[in-house]
Write a protein that binds this ligand. Structure first.
Ligand SMILES: [Zn+2]
Length: 219
């Protein structure tokens, strides 16, 4: 196998303790313009960035571009997933060809496909999660509490991959923006969101703190 983006380094599938991950062969380097040649931004730095209100429009545009690429409507845009980081803080500097070339202070947003197996490195860490999946919206009442969830399933199967939970405030926006109807399954949807995945028994759940940190569209 080769890197899906630059097709340069050889990549092997490693299985350890029942979980799968990819590893680049020693001495095999990514193309310097490849997204994966950049180190990922740390979870704490990325969390601080996504929770800052002023960044959420820009972050939303990144999600939209990412999903369009997933649905083969747009070409790969290297800049889209790069951030400028200084003193453990993401800045609002524009990433351009010059600073990509000298590579200083450039980090990539970590990404994780929700349709691929999870291992411990994918948990409890802020990332961009994405997938082409079937989607089910659910509202459950329990006494005075209301629980809003989107469940993500493997396409055309009943296998649950993970869920995304959010507050009533976030639900109002998502219902309007994406025409979400409780208990109606939507098929073949491209989704992407920023959060951290938490394991809860056999279930994987992420919490969505703001409607702008989520994007979905159909094929
Ligand atoms: Zn590469």
């Amino acid at each position: 196998m080769f890197c899906p983006m630059c097709h340069t380094p050889h990549i092997g599938l490693v299985i350890r303790d029942g979980t799968y991950f990819f590893r680049t062969y020693h001495g095999s380097e990514h193309d310097p313009n490849c997204l994966y040649s950049f180190d990922p931004v740390s979870s704490n730095t990325f969390q601080e960035y996504i929770l800052r209100e002023e960044n959420q429009n820009e972050l939303h545009v990144k999600l939209q571009r990412f999903v369009y690429r997933l649905l083969n409507r747009e070409n790969i845009d290297l800049h889209n997933l790069l951030l400028h980081v200084q003193n453990n803080r993401c800045t609002n500097y524009n990433i351009n060809h010059a600073n990509i070339r000298n590579r200083r202070d450039i980090r990539r947003i970590p990404t994780k496909s929700i349709t691929a197996p999870f291992n411990n490195d994918d948990l409890n860490s802020y990332m961009l999660f994405y997938g082409k999946v079937d989607v089910l919206y659910s509202i459950k009442e329990n006494g005075t509490n209301t629980f809003h969830n989107i469940y993500f399933y493997k396409r055309n199967r009943s296998e649950l991959l993970c869920s995304l939970s959010f507050s009533q405030n976030v639900a109002v926006h998502l219902e309007g923006n994406y025409n979400l109807i409780p208990n109606e399954k939507k098929s073949n949807i491209g989704v992407a969101f920023y959060s951290e995945m938490i394991r809860n028994g056999q279930f994987l759940n992420a919490r969505l703190t703001h409607s702008k940190l989520f994007f979905m569209d159909s094929q």
